[in-house]
Design a protein around this ligand. Structure first.
Ligand SMILES: [Zn+2]
Length: 65
């Protein structure tokens, strides 16, 4: 049986799943907001940048307040 590797009917232009903002993280909250605003205005570069930032900034460590 031949295998089809092509995605079908994808309306989302991004191949990677978008990171979800972490609850309680101000950085994530700000990035999520920025990402949505950018998506609405069609600014895909900012959408992608926001995703990268959201993945890259550290989580899981104790946050100093
Ligand atoms: Zn975060």
């Amino acid at each position: 049986m031949p295998r089809r590797c092509r995605p079908v009917h994808l309306s989302d232009p991004f191949p990677l799943p978008e990171p979800k903002p972490v609850a309680g993280c101000d950085v994530c909250a700000a990035l999520a907001k920025q990402r949505e605003a950018a998506r609405v205005s069609g600014d895909l570069t900012t959408v992608i940048d926001s995703n990268i930032e959201m993945r890259r900034h550290p989580h899981g460590k104790a946050v100093r307040t």
